[in-house]
Design a protein around this ligand. Sequence first.
Ligand SMILES: [Cu+2]
Length: 500
Amino acid sequence: MSPEGTPPAVTGDVPFSSSFALTRYRQEGYTFKPPGCLADCVPGFPRTSSRSWSALVGRRAVSGRVRLGRGPTLRSSRKARLVPEQLHVEVVPWGPNPQAVAPVLETALGDPAVRAALGEAEHRVLSSAPVISEDPDEEPTRLRATVYDYTNERTLLIDAQADGSPGVEVSSSARQPLPSGEERAAALALLEQDAELGPALREGRLTPYRPMPPLVLEELPDGRVERTLAVGLRPQGNGTTHEIVGVRLARGEVVRFDGGAPDASLADETLCGLTDAGQPTVQGVPGAARITVRRGADVLWTLVAVRPAASSGTNGSGIELRSVSYRGKRVLRRAHVPILNVRYDGDACGPFRDWQNEEGALTATGTDVAPGFRLCPTPARTILETGTDHGNFTGVAIHVEGEELVLTCELQAGWYRYISQWRLHADGTIRPRFGFGAVEDSCVCSVHHHHVYWRFDFDVAGFANNAVREFNDPPPVAPILDADHLHRHSQDRADCGGRQ
Ligand SMILES: [Cu+2]
């Protein structure tokens, strides 16, 4: 959200702001609520206003609700009509079993093609996860291990068949993947041996934390990047100074920066943000679930939810919904947040492009129903409710609040904490929400804005007759367009690769 309360920009090929889609949506008995914010770590940061959404889609599109049909048991008395039968939620695992992924990839790593590519290079497996299919109805058939080759400063992607059948593919990339937990631990172990910083770290006078950016991407003359993990060192008094340093695992080298922090970051005396529990996070692991919401015999919602740690996109996309149907009719092919940026006023820090595939802990008590999914009788408590990012569960907490199914997950990106949440009402309303927080650091003392880009691929009652209508407020300036608010496109899904 921008601070002006304007609606989020939307990427993708979908009729997100389409009055056609919304009209159709309503005709089918659904309503769609604006994406919105739960909170923000910047005081005075406004939440999304209903006005801004009305401006986006027109007031008529969001006014009114569609009444639910009532089951026969609800007609027996006036009281029964006022108290609908409780919603029942069923969750079953979907996609590859996490326990099956590791052995398949372990075998793949021993493949001659992989051994030839790695040779004697020093390397580390950073993540192992299924490759999410573009088709939301298709279960993943490939698994991918992401390996960093420190000797040659490159990333190797090793793809194997999920069922363990032969056929390993190896490709290399100059892209720097996010550090893994094991890699961060190795960096910290190296820092503890540093002649200048080691004693203060070992004695607890400096506390390590995860800063932004997570990696320092300085290019070598040949265009490669020497992999350098950023580590924040928070002072605990006793004459220590706040600093963000770089650790080069390949050389076993610690890099100190002029001004105490790499470009685009800041390490000064002032710290803002909530307490950092420093708990382990979860990234790059499988986990998806098929969820069914019923009231009595009526099936209201069916969908597949992918945990953020397994979500699609270059940097993940939060809790990803796929194949969402309401009362037996398809509503969304996919809905997620593929892009999340942070911009500081005057570029005091950043800008940063954050990732949505690293899960932090929240507090959720209930039953583990699928890998990374916990069904709870009470709402999950995140950093926004507790004021700390300490928790007892990493994954997606599911609970029913009144007439809504609520999916909640807490995400981490450096010092940022995000809440990815979806609310699906029994009356067909979908409310995507996002929450913002941060743990102690220097950058977030400055005014900044989190920009959340939702991507909604609507397939209301199927994908036929798709159309895109874009509403701009304020209207674009002529002659770019016709200076009208409403800009129409027509789009035939079959022209975009087609799908069934
Ligand atoms: Cu913030």
